[in-house]
Write a protein that binds this ligand. Structure first.
Ligand SMILES: [Zn+2]
Length: 132
């Protein structure tokens, strides 16, 4: 086998490289550690970004919900007035449909992202356990 440090040829199952003296088991240890570090860095970068997006979606859902309620109340006031009754009905119906769909859809997106994070964590835990 070839030494990964100095590329000298060594006998199979050698403990040390005859040329540079590095322990072959040590190389495996070092490579393993650096790989874990890379994965840890990726995790730190990716998950908070997803969590932030998930939170933004939840805030958006709340804002749309509040806007829909305000529009609904405004629509009901318009219905109360004989001159604007027809416009009031349209505003009320649209605020109900739009508000409901908007809130449900965005909340589903927010929950979907959280679910993805959980699945990613589960897969990671599974992989770590299988590796042991
Ligand atoms: Zn070597």
């Amino acid at each position: 086998m070839e030494c990964s440090e100095c590329h000298a040829y060594n006998k199979k199952n050698s403990v040390n490289c005859w040329k540079c003296g590095i322990e072959f088991a040590e190389i495996v240890k070092i490579t393993g550690t650096s790989k874990n570090k890379i994965e840890a860095v990726i995790e730190v970068i990716e998950y908070p970004a997803l969590k932030t997006i998930s939170t933004i979606f939840r805030v958006m859902a709340w804002l749309i919900g509040i806007a829909a309620v305000i529009t609904l109340i405004y629509g009901l006031f318009l219905i109360d007035n004989h001159e604007t009754k027809e416009i009031g009905i349209v505003v009320t119906v649209y605020s109900l449909i739009g508000g409901l769909f908007g809130v449900v859809f965005i909340l589903a997106l927010s929950e979907g992202i959280k679910l993805l994070i959980n699945i990613a964590n589960d897969v990671k835990t599974l992989r770590e356990n299988v590796g042991k």
